[in-house]
Design a protein around this ligand. Sequence first.
Ligand code: 1CP
Length: 335
Amino acid sequence: MNRLLNCINNKKSSDTPVWFMRQAGRYLPEFMEIRKQNTDFVKLCLNSDLAKEITIQPIKRFDLDAAIIFSDILMIPYGLGQNVNFKKGFGPQLDEVQIDISTKINNETFTNNLKPVYEAIKKVRIEIEKKNLIGFAGAPWTLFLYMINRRSPKKNFNFEEIIKNNTLTRDLYKKLEEIICLHIKNQVDAGANIIQIFDSWAGLLPENQLKDYCYEPTKRIVEFVKKLNIPAICFPRGIGKNYEDFCSSVKPDCISIDYEVDPNWIKQKIKTPVIQGGLDPKVLLKNREDIEIEVKKYLDIFRDQPYIFNLGHGVLPETKPETIKFVTSLVREYK
Ligand code: 1CP
């Protein structure tokens, strides 16, 4: 039985499916073991055998409803010819975008640049057989922002500065939309059967720019995914009350909510897309009694509707693997 697809497609509300954003990652000692020997993160993403192994690590440990391919949203800038580096303690560092190169890369070259990512998906698919495999991409806004800002916008964000070159903004946005669709299609062809679109920095957009920079391009990408007969999950992190407008404009099959969204509020406001996630990843650092209360809070609120259990952002590196096991069985056993 495929709980996750049943939940998204047939809107069944019993048997809550569960997976975790960043379920493959730094909280797992077996990931750290591989990471220690592979200091170049991009190269690690391009090693199809290791990427396959890392993708499967959480599936071996926990009873999860999906694997998510081990890769990164910044593999798209890399595929467009922009050099990407992950510096310890700093995060991603990107070379200056060479707009003439990036907007002129053809589909074949892009696909070729990211071939190991698709190879990894094929290898995971063989190993996990019929289990769900989530492919993903960054949304145009979040990718555009990293490409222009060249580092995390956490500390130094200025919207006007980011979009100041009109021609570059228009050309790169258009290219990103096309290449995100290509990257999604390639992942689906390789064996991904669900797609999640991460707009991790949607919350930095001024409200009056959300339509142009977030909803409209994302909507066209979601339409593309739907035409492939694949469900699309969207994660427009940090847009607060605008989740409502996002859902009515973009119409994803599923909306992944961040931990700042009041679950009771969204339950009232959003009727069509299936809701996923919400729990603050910091809760998983607390003691078991507190974790149980918080997990059950989400399960109770969404009890009578289809709901996918997940977090409101990625698993933190400080999380104990046993906690993921504990939460997964709580979701499985809670009736
Ligand atoms: O060991 C390390 O230092 C690497 C840490 C790490 C990992 C495990 C990074 C660096 N990326 C990943 C994998 C990753 N990234 C996955 C794999 C699958 C899984 O979830 O298990 C996915 C889906 C992503 C997506 C991703 N990368 C997002 C969107 C989701 C989110 O977290 O908001 C973003 C914004 C990135 C950029 C990125 N990659 C890595 C870091 C530390 C960051 C964030 C940098 C920042 O703060 O701006």
